[in-house]
Design a protein around this ligand. Structure first.
Ligand code: ADP
Ligand code: GN1
Ligand code: MG
Length: 357
């Protein structure tokens, strides 16, 4: 075992895991935490080094996760199982923080929708996830990242990064910056509607990309568990619908370099909307129905803006594999947002037909 593996082994041994540790290897494609597959001679686990720069209050974060998973489990919904430390604590707290989950076996986390059925099933599961949390007391939840989907606040952060140009990268992304600057008047509709009460505040997941749901490996169009519960907090239904569309209703990966391959696919949009809205038919309001498609555009442009901000800041937030990675991701998001902007009317018609028959 390497020195690093030995370090993770001594971390893992402090948790109540079954069996002898055989291996600890990097796992998955998350951009925020550092995830490992931990294998013992008895079971498999997920070991995560938590990102405490982003989630600064790790006690509050883990309390949220314990409360939400308890609520889901009580209602018979499969969810993450937090493996406690031998001393009973829910995570290892120190200069670095770690947590362990049972590995949810016989599942797949897709990086791209393999077909319409899988994407529709993921939509249904995220819709049901929200229904299950509808009676969860939101006042028990901490806001783990303030202003997470506050697009005007994200826009201010972008403008600051552009003005500072800390890494001298602004010249290499003029076109992208221009796109973000020129769309300023489209950013505030959701925060305004939440503030004036026309959009209801709900308990939402807020990070609903397709690799944050585990699908059944055998029966491929069946969801097993919604994961990555770090950002479950009060929000709008538009955030959950929108973020899933921005990632999953594309014909290419989030970091596809060849933009020719990246297109918004309205039939994937329809499939997801059928699953998601089908599950939420009884609770969705008229304003949500009217604004859902705009939410897809907004989450896509917001994510593009966040990747661009991070590129300008020198890649301090999202994990990257090469220097232009954030810029490449930003380009796919802005292309998709531009296409959605043009198709908003047909998207809204699709949603309204699903809801109103
Ligand atoms: P991040 O916040 O960095 O995105 P996630 O919690 O989403 O981290 O985990 C990253 C990846 O690890 C997921 O996309 C999924 O592939 C895998 N994963 C996480 N938790 C589990 C689990 N309990 N069982 C199986 N796979 C998991
Ligand atoms: C991050 O954690 P992960 O990789 O599932 C990010 C999301 C972004 C997404 C873009 C806490 O999600 O907000 O939409 O990357 N999560 C956080 O792929 O910032
Ligand atoms: Mg994730």
């Amino acid at each position: 075992m390497t020195e690093l593996t030995l370090k993770y082994k001594s971390v893992a041994e402090q948790f109540s895991i079954e069996g002898e540790i055989l291996s600890i290897e990097p796992y998955g494609s998350g951009h925020i935490n550092t995830t490992f597959l931990l294998v013992t001679d008895k079971k498999r686990y997920i070991l995560q080094k938590m990102n405490t720069d982003i989630f600064s209050d790790s006690d509050a974060l883990m309390k949220n996760i314990c409360l939400v998973t308890e609520h889901l489990r009580k209602k018979g919904v499969e969810t993450l199982t937090v493996v406690r430390l031998k001393n009973g604590a829910p995570y290892l707290k120190g200069n670095e923080c770690y947590r362990v989950y049972d590995f949810i076996e016989d599942t797949v986390a897709y990086q791209q929708a393999p077909n319409m059925e899988v994407f529709e099933a993921s939509g249904r599961a995220f819709g049901e996830f929200q229904c299950t949390l509808a009676d969860f007391d939101a006042s028990q939840l901490s806001e783990t990242i303030k202003n997470f989907h506050n697009t005007p606040v994200r826009f201010e952060a972008f403008k600051q990064a552009l003005a500072a140009d800390a890494c001298g990268r602004a010249d290499s992304c003029r076109e992208e910056c221009e796109f973000v600057l020129s769309h300023e008047n489209t950013y505030s509709a959701v925060v305004d509607a939440l503030e004036n009460g026309s959009l209801p505040l709900r308990v939402t997941h807020n990070d609903t990309k397709l690799n944050n749901i585990l699908m059944d490996a055998e029966n491929k169009a069946q969801a097993r568990a919604v994961i990555d519960l770090d950002t479950v907090m009060p929000g709008s239904m538009l955030y959950d619908f929108g973020d899933a569309i921005r990632f999953g209703a594309s014909t290419a990966a989030e970091d596809e370099k060849d933009l020719e391959k990246v297109n918004f696919d309205i039939s994937l949009f329809k499939a997801y909307a059928q699953g998601y809205c089908g599950a939420l038919k009884d609770s969705i309001t008229d304003v949500e129905t009217r604004m859902l498609s705009y939410g897809a555009y907004l989450m896509t442009v917001e994510c593009g803006m966040r990747f661009l901000t991070d590129y300008l800041n020198g890649d301090t937030y999202f994990a990257t594999k090469y220097p232009e990675h954030n810029l490449v991701r930003c380009r796919t998001q802005l292309k998709l947002a531009g296409q959605m902007e043009k198709e908003l009317e047909s998207m809204t018609e699709i949603v309204s037909k699903i809801i109103n028959g």
